[in-house]
Design a protein around this ligand. Structure first.
Ligand code: BJW
Length: 227
């Protein structure tokens, strides 16, 4: 395919590379996305009842049980060929995903913009927790993810913006590009002169910033642009 060759050439010639991933990256590992129409989590579950601080205050057991179910599914899953290709590409990896499949594929130190299923923290003071309540302040432990209406972890966002500002090439993979401020990252790279490649089976609002749009899946196309 012509566009695969164009993407491979951009990758070969790039100095600093950023890979920016979303839920579609892990879809072929069996982890559902959020917004795909039949299989997405938001087609079956309500974000207002599960992924906001207000939801946790109202029904912490329900929220915990949903996140424990998702954590168990991730533990049973394995990285796919796309995660492996991302590890081989190297550079800076920025992910919106709360799973650990990038790490398990060999990517060192990904920037997790939306937190992690594996790092619970205190609902009151934000410190890492190991039990049901915070050892420091006695607050309730909560899933270590970023819910709607919450700020992204400041250090992670700052590192991500800095990497996007200074890269030559950004590859955006498997994200709908709808959730802010994360969705700014490809735009930041583009306005600072980087080329953007998008890997996604469907069109997204990021089509307009991408020099190359590869319509297909992460596990198929990422290994293809490395060959
Ligand atoms: C494949 C594939 C395959 C399928 N291969 N591809 C500006 C405008 C409007 C609203 C806002 C705005 N700025 C902020 C907001 C509000 C809100 C927001 O963005 N809302 C929009 C949805 C309208 N943002 C926030 O609330 C953020 N916080 C904030 O702004 O704070 C401000 C503040 C300031 C001061 C004080 C306090 C606050 C926080 C957002 C947190 C998002 N959290 C979630 C849940 C995380 C926890 C959990 O996992 O449960 O993060 S929501 C969910 O969406 C999750 C994801 O990381 C995120 C992005 O989704 P993603 O990854 O793009 O997945 P999908 O499903 O949308 O797309 C998958 C894609 O893959 C599709 O395109 C498929 O085609 C594709 N695909 N198979 C490759 N095999």
């Amino acid at each position: 395919m012509e566009s695969v060759r164009a993407a491979a050439a951009l990758l070969r010639d790039a100095g600093a590379v950023v890979v920016f991933t979303g839920a579609g990256m892990s879809a072929e590992s069996g982890i559902p996305t959020f917004r795909d129409s039949l299989t997405g989590l938001w087609a079956r579950f309500s974000p207002e009842e599960l992924a906001t601080p207000e939801a946790f205050e109202k029904d912490p057991e329900l929220v915990w049980s949903w996140y424990e179910w998702r954590r168990a599914a991730v533990e049973k899953a394995a990285p796919n060929a796309g995660h492996e290709a991302v590890a081989e590409i190297g550079g800076t990896l920025i992910t919106q995903n709360v799973d650990d499949l990038h790490e398990r594929a060999g990517s060192a130190d990904p920037i997790h913009l939306h937190g992690s299923l594996f790092a619970p923290r205190c609902f009151d003071c934000g410190r890492a927790t190991t039990g049901a309540v915070c050892a420091e302040c006695g607050g309730r432990s909560r899933p270590g993810v970023v819910w709607f209406g919450e700020q992204l972890p400041a250090a992670a966002l700052a590192r991500a913006v800095e990497a996007a500002e200074s890269c030559d090439l950004l590859i955006t993979v498997g994200t709908s590009g709808l959730v802010y401020p994360a969705a700014e990252i490809p735009h930041v790279a583009a306005v600072n002169g980087a080329a953007v490649i998008q890997v996604n089976p469907r069109p997204t609002p990021l089509d307009e910033v991408a020099a190359v749009n590869l319509r297909g899946t992460a596990a198929t196309l990422l290994p293809a642009i490395l060959r």
